[in-house]
Write a protein that binds this ligand. Structure first.
Ligand SMILES: [Zn+2]
Length: 310
């Protein structure tokens, strides 16, 4: 197991410090001694409560967080042993993202940027500047060779400062971080549309599996069906391109046949995501699915072999 400092442990330390300070103040009053007894009992109860929380943190089930960052994608998978973040949302939600992630960890073992669009990469520089990052995985069909937007330059500057060089996503290759493994399924070739160049990956974490699709559309899905059909069956589907009708073909959806699907989009977004066709597909198969615009951040957890919404 890797050495990791979960914020939950920091919280229990600060509570213990506050209790100590309170004891010293109380001892100076005439009720000091009886109150000290009460305080000691309360402190003991608190101590055992906080420790039991820490124990839960150590034995935590794998959690998949689909973070509500408005229109875009940002997901975090966290287990006892590793943290993987897939996409970083837009620039405008950088603070929301960093604050959310910081509640759980100081270190990200792997950051995957599915493709360099602002709604997936905008928050990358903030994450790279503020967290210890083990590895960054990106796709290699760089569309901003000469005229890169500011968020993209900032992400590369941040990586350079940290001595990080992005690892190229190669279809068929696997990456392992503790008990989390990623298998890259796409992009299988260079497509005209940068959305289709999205990294698509299968993630396995402590008995839970998920397919992350970025904004890959049906063209890429069809190639994945040919090359990696047997890798697609998974518990969770991060629905492609915010529920756009240009993604999630019926064939692709049935190959994944998820227990739970998640659509990451903003309320009243300019694109009309999720599209009627995607909602109709899920209705046809009585698919359990959650939208970040409706329910906020979605946290899924694997309990006794079954993925459920927390
Ligand atoms: Zn997108």
């Amino acid at each position: 197991m890797k050495n990791r400092s979960y914020k939950r442990e920091y919280v229990s330390e600060s509570v213990r410090r506050d209790v100590d300070r309170g004891v010293k103040k109380l001892l100076k009053t005439k009720y000091g001694v009886p109150l000290l007894v009460i305080l000691l009992i309360a402190g003991a109860v608190l101590y055992f409560y906080m420790n039991s929380k820490t124990d839960i943190a150590v034995d935590r089930d794998a959690e998949l967080h689909f973070i509500d960052i408005g229109q875009g994608d940002a997901a975090m998978v966290i287990t006892d042993e590793a943290v993987v973040v897939v996409d970083c949302g837009p620039v405008a939600s950088s603070d929301v993202l960093t604050e959310y992630v910081r509640r759980y960890t100081d270190k990200i073992d792997c950051l995957v940027i599915t493709h360099p669009h602002e709604d997936h990469m905008g928050g990358a520089s903030a994450l790279i500047n503020e967290f210890e990052i083990g590895e960054v995985i990106m796709e290699g069909y760089d569309e901003f060779e000469y005229d890169a937007p500011a968020f993209y330059e900032r992400a590369y500057d941040a990586m350079e400062k940290r001595g990080l060089y992005p690892v190229l996503a190669v279809p068929g290759e696997s990456h392992t971080y503790g008990d989390i493994s990623l298998k890259i399924l796409a992009p299988i070739r260079d497509y005209d549309d940068p959305n289709n160049n999205s990294i698509v990956l299968r993630l396995d974490a402590d008995g839970t599996s998920a397919i992350f699709t970025g904004d890959a559309e049906i063209l890429s899905e069809d190639d994945i069906l040919k090359e990696y059909y047997s890798d697609l069956d998974a518990d969770v589907l991060k629905v492609g391109h915010h529920g756009s009708s240009t993604s999630t073909s019926e064939k692709f959806y049935l190959a994944v046949s998820p227990d739970i699907a998640v659509i990451s989009c903003a309320a009243d977004n300019d694109y009309g995501h999720p599209h009627r066709e995607t909602r109709a597909l899920f209705k046809k198969y009585s698919q359990e699915y959650y939208r970040t615009d409706e329910v906020g951040s979605v946290v899924l957890v694997c309990k006794d072999g079954e993925v459920v919404k927390k």
